[in-house]
Design a protein around this ligand. Sequence first.
Ligand code: FE2
Length: 235
Amino acid sequence: MIIPLEKTNKRKLYQTNRESYSTNNISKISKIYDEKINVLILKRELNNKFFDIAKKIFIKKPNLKFSKVLSPYEVEESLINAIGFEKKLFPIFEDIFFLSSIFSDLFDVKKIWLRINTINHPMCPRFHVDNVKCRLVSTYFGPGMQWLPNNSVNRSKLGLINHGIDDEKSGVFESKNDIKQLDLGDVAFLKGDAWSGNAGLGAVHRSPHSQKNYKRMYVRIDFSDIKLNRRYFND
Ligand SMILES: [Fe+2]
C-alpha cells in the first residue's frame, strides 16, 4: 500500500514538484527513482526485542561512532568486532545487514558507507538538506528523525540565511503540526541535493527534538563515494 503523504495534508502552503511516499511494501522502494519523490518511508513493525537489544547496545557503547565503507557481506563481522560477540545482539546485526543489502541492491553498489551511532544529544538539531545522493536512515532506540513534507517547507528559510534563528521562529515551517517523525524501525530514504536533477529540492530533515532523556541508537547508510559538502547543517 502506498500513501501519498502530501494528500493527507489539508493545507498546501508551498508549491513544489517533489512528493513524499510511505509504503509497507518493500517491493515499492524502487519508487525512490521517481523524479517527483524525494522522501520515501518504508514502514516496518519491528519486534520489541530489537528495541531491547538497541538499549543494551546503548548501555554497552554509549558513544558508539561506527563508520565504515564496506560491502553488506562484511557488515555482521565488522559489527561483532566493534560492538562485541554476543548472540543476544545478533538480531540487530542481521537487521543492519538487511538494510545494507537493500541499499546495495536498490542502488546497484557493491560498497556502502555505513554509520551507526549511539548518542545522548541531537546531532543536527535544525532542519537542513544534505548534499548527498540518497541516504537511508533508521532508528532502533529513542526518538526518530523529523522531516518536513515538501509542501510544508519554506526553502528560502533554510540554512545560514537564518543566522542561527531557531526553526520554530525562522519560518521554515508554519505549524509544528507540519513536522513528521519516523517511528522506530521505519526506514527513510532521503534524496539529497546531489541526486541528479534534485539540486535545491533535497529532503528537509533534522535530528529529533526531545527535552529530556535523549538517548538514541540509529543507523545511516550512504553511497560510499560521497564527499560531504557542508552546505547547510550537514552531517
Ligand atoms: Fe542530515
